[in-house]
Design a protein around this ligand. Structure first.
Ligand code: NAD
Length: 290
């Protein structure tokens, strides 16, 4: 397939390289000066998108996605798929999908989970929103860049699934960390705490697979001085998107709201920036009740 790829950063670069390595004809564009193995660079987004069967975007936020979409939609050929893999707000995803559909394109919002390691290794999970036809057109590419692609529903459904998942993740990480900090103060050994909780009703992905206590449970960023992993500021971005969506949809999400406030405090006023999101545990460790 002829593929246009716009946004060749930490995630987009390796994803585009994997498509080229699988034999696709990939033309890319990024505002920054980049080189990506196997990818021909274009002088603009519109040039990368022109004549492509599928255009993929991997951009920082919804505002940038909207402006890139305005530039590339008129340049794309009718019937092409427009696959946005960025994590953006549901409203932007739906607005871009509407414009793309009106221009005779097949839009898909397909945010990913799996991080930079998943992008490089071709093991991402895609959660996709759009028509069945659009999903089927993008599916062979998801299979190269990832290990799983779930068609979640119509436009915006992929972004909705992503932020709901990550809202659970942020809330659960905080709960796991505050419970470890309480256990410390109650004199409970961390290994015993893990042994009990990981096999009891408090178990979760954050406890069992990504334990925030160093030296306990499987290897995780806690064992590497809390270097990310999944950075606290990226968790904050996703929690903000979840609360923006909750606002638009009039959904009551008190725990998501509290998690957003805590990660804001951690990233903006404490030392959370650049740390893994599980570094909430040393944060709680240092604190007292008030
Ligand atoms: P990044 O900042 O490394 O890459 C974004 C790229 O977009 C940059 O290279 C930037 O120069 C380029 N860009 C910005 N404006 C542009 C424009 N108008 N035209 C062309 N290129 C433009 O970010 P990333 O880590 O690759 O993340 C990309 C997206 O993936 C984000 O939405 C992020 O939330 C999401 N995501 C990231 C991770 C992760 O672990 N990094 C995991 C899951 C999802």
């Amino acid at each position: 397939m002829k593929i246009g790829f716009i946004g060749l950063g930490n995630m987009g670069g390796p994803m585009a390289a994997n498509l080229a390595a699988a034999g696709h004809d990939v033309t890319g564009f990024d505002m920054a000066k980049v080189t990506v193995e196997g990818v021909t660079l274009a002088a603009s987004g519109a040039e990368a998108a022109a004549g492509a069967d599928v255009v993929i975007t991997m951009l920082p936020n919804g505002q940038i996605l909207r402006s890139v979409a305005d530039e590339i939609i008129p340049a794309m050929q009718a019937g092409a798929a427009f696959v946005d893999c960025s994590t953006v707000d549901v409203d932007s995803a739906r607005a871009v999908a509407e414009k793309a559909s009106a221009a005779g394109l097949l839009p898909v919002d397909a945010p990913v989970s799996g991080g930079i390691g998943g992008a490089a290794g071709g093991t991402l999970t895609f959660m996709a929103g759009g028509s069945a036809e659009a999903f089927e057109k993008a599916k062979p590419l998801f299979d190269i860049m990832g290990q799983k692609a779930v068609h979640c529903g119509d436009a915006g459904a992929g972004q909705a699934a992503k932020i709901c998942n990550n809202m659970i993740l942020g809330v659960t990480m905080i709960a796991t960390c505050e419970a470890f900090a309480l256990a410390d103060k109650l004199g409970l050994d961390r290994q015993k705490m893990f042994d009990v909780v990981s096999t009891s009703s408090g178990y979760s992905w954050t406890m069992n697979a990504y334990c925030p206590a160093p030296g306990v449970g499987p290897q995780s960023p806690a064992d590497n001085d809390y270097k990310p992993g999944f950075a606290a500021e990226l968790m904050l971005k996703d929690l903000r998107l979840s609360q923006q969506a909750a606002g638009s949809a009039d959904a009551d999400t008190p725990m998501g709201q509290l998690a957003e406030a805590l990660y804001t405090q951690f990233v903006e006023n404490e030392d959370g920036m650049g740390m893994d999101f599980s570094a909430m545990l040393p944060r709680f460790e240092k604190r007292s009740r008030d």
